[in-house]
Write a protein that binds this ligand. Structure first.
Ligand code: HGY
Ligand code: MN
Ligand code: MN
Length: 421
């Protein structure tokens, strides 16, 4: 039992699979646009399922469209060791965000097949629906249902800006599975992902041993003023919703900067109505994304934003609808899984450092359902959520080698009660 010290994954095969998947929804600057539950997401899912079947896996799909490709273990009654991530992307997404964790999991399966190695517990590769939260909010909603954070009706009712729900879109693309969501034991979960920030590359480190992930709060704010003519309407009489929104954008940035270096504060979406150059905007919808590793600091950012919006709206004679649509607290990954990643990294001799994840990941919710941790690899210039997102084949292979070792060692040590009994 146990992998020989000189075995590893087939980095070229993994790279080729990533580049093949990147053809689906490819965009002009080398990225992808594969929004959740679109026809392109379906194409990516179908390709992944065909590869898993070719690798001898059985396939299950649950009611949230989460896909599980399973490789049998010697004792199939044991809870599986799961790896995975997401295939959906941002509108200007990259070739690695999410896809890397999914296809690295598949490469682990393919490598075990090459080695003729059967783990004690089964191995599963998971694809979580709508991790990005771009088309449907909130992010990570399907892994959240799996972890029992949201109920399945809430998940299926999430609607896009055209009013199409996840339930309708899952049925339309043929991924409305019948399996109940979650409610089954998972021995451990490992997610490989690009860092999506600059630290590993700047420090010349190959592996990020992820110990924690920061918390997030997402808001939707609608400001209501009054449409009026841009010409005859005196400045003093205006109720300009976009002027109000611009003040919120400034304040969001100030709240983040006031808590440097860890706080993050972003207004990513602004919809102006009627969006006509000679009409004073009567209505503006905007989103706010707050992040911090400390939930108490995040709560302070929340209070400051609420107070500011109420005060600014009153002063500007605007109405403000203020909704917090999501809060995920900071999480600590399971020390046993972190240790498995650290041990595998050490055996392989990769330079490494501990990290707190700045981005949210499905692993943040899986951590509520099973012992979980993550493996980061660098990305070029730390750029992600951008078509130019890039990584080197060496980084991609290294992270997958760590995933192979950590997952196999864990699957061979799983006892009926889960990791290490
Ligand atoms: O927003 C995030 O952190 C992730 O990319 N969904
Ligand atoms: Mn991701
Ligand atoms: Mn992302």
């Amino acid at each position: 039992m146990g992998l020989q010290s000189n075995v590893g994954v087939n980095g070229q095969r993994l790279w080729d699979s990533l580049m093949e998947m990147a053809k689906i929804g490819s965009t002009p600057k080398g990225g992808v646009c594969r929004l959740a539950l679109t026809d392109l997401d379906k194409q990516g899912r179908d390709l992944f399922v065909s590869w898993c079947k070719a690798a001898g896996c059985s396939i299950r799909v649950d009611r949230m469209g989460n896909i599980f490709a399973r490789r049998a273990g010697r004792d199939d009654s044991l809870p599986p060791v799961m790896m995975g991530s997401h295939l959906d992307s941002q509108p200007t997404g990259g070739r690695f965000d999410g896809v890397y964790g999914v296809l690295a999991g598949l490469e682990v399966v393919r490598s075990l097949n090459d080695l003729g190695y059967q783990t004690e517990a089964p191995i599963e590769v998971a694809v979580w629906t709508n991790e990005e939260g771009s088309r449907f909010a909130p992010a990570m909603v399907a892994s959240g249902v799996f972890a029992g954070v949201f109920d399945v009706d809430y998940g299926l009712s999430r609607a896009d800006t055209e009013g199409r729900t996840m339930g309708q879109e899952l049925a339309r693309i043929g991924y409305a599975g019948s399996e109940q969501v979650g409610k089954r034991p998972v021995g451990a979960y490992f997610e490989a992902h690009i860092e999506q920030g600059p630290i590993l590359e700047a420090e010349g480190k190959t592996i990020g041993v992820v110990t924690d992930a920061q918390g997030q709060r997402w808001y939707e704010i609608t400001l209501i003023g009054q449409e009026a003519h841009a010409g005859p309407t005196p400045m003093s009489r205006r109720r300009d919703a976009l002027l109000g929104a611009s003040r919120i954008v400034q304040e969001v940035n100030r709240i983040g900067l006031a808590r440097a270096p860890f706080a993050c504060a972003t207004v990513g979406m602004v919809q102006v109505h009627p969006n006509s150059r000679n009409v004073i905007p009567g209505r503006v919808f905007l989103t706010v994304d707050f992040r911090h590793p400390d939930d108490a600091v995040l709560a302070g950012m929340d209070r400051e934003l609420r107070d500011f919006v109420a005060r600014m709206a009153a002063e500007s004679r605007l109405e403000a609808e203020f909704k917090q649509i999501w809060h995920v607290a900071p999480i600590k990954f399971d020390p046993r899984c972190v240790a498995a990643v650290r041990k595998a990294t050490g055996e392989l001799g990769y330079s490494n450092r501990d990290m707190v994840s700045g981005a949210g990941h499905d692993a943040c919710y899986l951590a509520k359902a099973a012992p979980t941790s993550m493996i980061f690899v660098p990305c070029v210039d730390g750029i992600s959520h951008n078509e130019i997102e890039d990584a080197t084949p060496e980084w991609i292979e290294a992270g997958c080698n760590v995933l192979l070792r950590a997952a196999v060692a864990t699957a061979d040590a799983i006892e009926a009660g889960g990791l290490g009994g």
